[in-house]
Design a protein around this ligand. Structure first.
Ligand code: IDC
Length: 364
């Protein structure tokens, strides 16, 4: 008999992580004993604790609460640096069916992910075609992540056109509603522009300074993530670097700047630019792939690992692209897995990232 943690609870992370690493199922122990294991931190034979007593603290959100930016780091509600690791959805217009109760249970309780990024495209058949429908789906997914004790990044997935101001009015409408409805939650982060391109930093900064107040009017404490020039490369993919941001930062508190990389395309040049930026700016990697920038092609796990090592050293949170069964190598599931609910049918990139998520982030 397998056991799926009931809603509002999850298998305690220390237990789940150890069991996963040992490759042990430990089915006979049951959830109450497992809970006692985590509470005592040593043995499954401690006094029985109720699931309700410990479940809140055993999730990433239960342990770390409302996040905040302190200095250059992402910190928890006590001011301690915290590194979140997790997965991004693919575009909701194409792969919403990969986000089910059972796939999200797998992500939260088997992969031990700390964070789900909800990737809502604006163009390409996304939000602009059905604002009400996409907003409602985002509301649902925020609840789904919250029930599992995960953080959730609401990703305004603008991509083409690359000027975020093109969608400014829509962004205001969307974020105002999302922030109002979820203002009382501790686990929502707002990513206001996925990948700007072809525009100067000043345009992105101007956009951010119009959207951030809309969010803060409803949800003053939430961390906001700001995309950067050159497809969120900190300017590196458009002949710039992070110094354009340090010279003219967004006029807002409690924000982080976004960096994206695709490990087979963005090797040492991007990695060293990212390393330099980490000394001066608060950074969050909301999207990366182990393959080429197309999200396809051969994996370069050595390059990806070099980034992961750097991010662990700098306590930079990261999210991998993507939790779908798209045919490309960067989608974690094999084609057809989402329809059949085969959440253990992983491509090589999926197996690799699942192991990395299990061993890192708040579970480590
Ligand atoms: C790609 C998807 C692909 C889709 C395309 C459409 O993998 O299935 O057809 O978008 O826009 C990004 C973007 C992200 C890309 C991804 C891989 O944020 O939308 O997804 N990528 O190309 N930036 C760099 C790479």
């Amino acid at each position: 008999m397998t056991r799926v943690p009931p809603r509002h609870t999850r298998t305690p992370r220390t237990f789940a992580g150890r069991a996963a690493r040992a490759g042990t199922l430990l089915l006979g122990l049951g959830l109450v004993a497992a809970t006692a294991f985590a509470v005592n931190g040593q043995t499954a034979a401690g006094p029985a604790a109720t699931v309700a007593d410990s479940s809140a603290a055993a999730t990433p959100v239960g342990e770390h609460g409302q996040l905040q930016v302190c200095g250059l780091k992402l910190c928890d509600d006590t001011g301690q640096p915290v590194q979140l690791t997790g997965m991004s959805s693919h575009g909701l217009q194409w792969f919403s069916h990969c986000l089910t109760d059972s796939s999200l249970d797998t992500l939260a309780y088997d992969w031990n992910a700390d964070v789900l990024r909800v990737s809502m495209y604006i163009q390409e058949g996304g939000y602009e075609t059905d604002p009400r429908g996409f907003t409602d789906r985002v509301h649902e997914l925020i609840e789904d992540a919250s029930e599992r004790g995960m953080y959730v990044i609401v990703d305004w997935h603008m991509l083409s056109p690359g000027d975020p101001n093109h969608n400014l009015d829509a962004a205001r409408t969307f974020f105002s509603e999302i922030a109002e409805v979820h203002a009382d939650k501790d686990n929502v982060l707002y990513e206001i522009a996925n990948e700007p391109s072809g525009v100067p930093w000043s345009s992105i900064k101007g956009y951010a300074e119009q959207v951030i107040p809309v969010i803060r009017a409803e949800d003053p404490e939430a961390v906001v993530l700001v995309g950067t020039r050159g497809w969120s490369s900190l300017g590196l993919s458009e002949n710039g670097d992070h110094t354009e941001i340090t010279a003219d930062p967004v006029d807002a508190d409690n924000i982080m700047y976004v960096f994206h990389f695709y490990a087979a395309s963005h090797t040492s040049f991007h990695r060293e630019g990212f390393r330099a930026a980490a000394q001066e700016l608060p950074l969050f990697v909301t999207e990366f792939g182990t393959q080429e920038y197309t999200g396809d092609g051969p994996d370069d796990f050595a390059s990806a690992q070099a980034y992961l090592d750097l991010m662990e050293e700098e306590q930079i949170s990261w999210v991998n692209w993507n939790f779908s069964d798209d045919f490309r190598t960067g989608a974690v599931f094999r084609t057809g897995s989402c329809s059949s609910g085969s959440w253990d049918s992983l491509k090589p990139a999926g197996e690799w990232i699942r192991d990395r998520i299990r061993e890192s982030g708040t579970a480590a």
